[in-house]
Design a protein around this ligand. Structure first.
Ligand code: DC
Length: 238
């Protein structure tokens, strides 16, 4: 379909949330679903990453919840659409930090700051404001905590091995670095357990989320499945 459309009969700004573990294909799927409906994409992981970057620059510890919380009320993050096929650009104040937040160091920082209850609570308002006009949002705890009333919730998973294989391919494509599957599996597993075991807002499937296991599905199939579910619900509601 070439024309992005809101599903017919949608009465409210549409909010579609897609949660799931690292490597399940969330980013690509969320971007494609957002493009299909002509809606903005909210990458909530990028918020945690940008906070980790801001903290590093100010010399703050990624474990210091009180200091990090002080950055949040006026946190100057903004997303700018970058055109079809590309995720939005991320700005911190006047600066484009899109590339800088994707380093392994900042991924570790994001994972660390995201464990802190003050940070998670402090980011609720920002995430809700950014989503207010309707969007496709991707993250870990959106259906369960941030947007419990979202009308369309999905939980995208894939087997550990599938996710590790995808990450391995990404490593060699993006950084020209070959890492063993065993090494990537260990890394993905460690990240899963940090994300699922933290005390505040762990990665969890919301009760009313539709689970999609992408292990044996192509990106196109996953995107079609999500659009099919959203469209059929909107048709039923109208
Ligand atoms: O999806 P990502 O790799 O860009 O996320 C970066 C980190 O932020 C990751 O460790 C999980 C965390 N995160 C989170 O705790 N809650 C979210 N809604 C999104 C990301």
């Amino acid at each position: 379909m070439n024309q992005p459309t809101q599903p017919k009969g949608a009465k409210h700004p549409l909010l579609i949330v897609i949660d799931g573990p690292a490597g399940a294909g969330k980013s690509t799927v969320a971007r494609r679903v957002a493009e299909h409906y002509g809606m903005p994409l909210l990458d909530t992981g990028a918020i945690y990453r940008t906070l980790a970057l801001a903290a590093k620059r100010q010399g703050l510890s990624w474990n210091d919840g009180a200091e990090l919380a002080r950055l949040l009320p006026e946190f100057p993050i903004a997303f700018e659409p970058a055109g079809r096929g590309k995720g939005p650009r991320v700005r911190l104040g006047d600066e484009d930090v899109t590339a800088e937040i994707r380093t392994p160091e900042i991924a570790l920082g994001a994972s660390t700051v995201s464990q802190l209850p003050t940070v998670r609570t402090g980011l609720l308002g920002l995430q809700r404001r950014l989503a207010a006009g309707g969007c496709v949002a991707e993250g870990r705890d959106l259906g369960s905590v941030v947007f419990p009333d979202a009308p369309h919730k999905f939980f995208l998973t894939a087997s550990l091995e599938t996710r590790a294989r995808r990450r391995q391919a990404e490593f060699s494509a993006r950084r020209g670095r070959d890492v063993s599957l065993a090494e990537v599996m260990r890394e993905v597993e460690a990240r899963d357990s940090r994300d699922t075991q933290r005390a505040t807002a762990p990665l969890i499937q919301a009760k009313d989320a539709v689970a999609v296991d992408s292990s044996d599905m192509s990106i196109d199939e996953v995107v079609s499945r999500i659009i099919e579910v959203v469209d059929s619900r909107v048709r039923q509601a109208g």
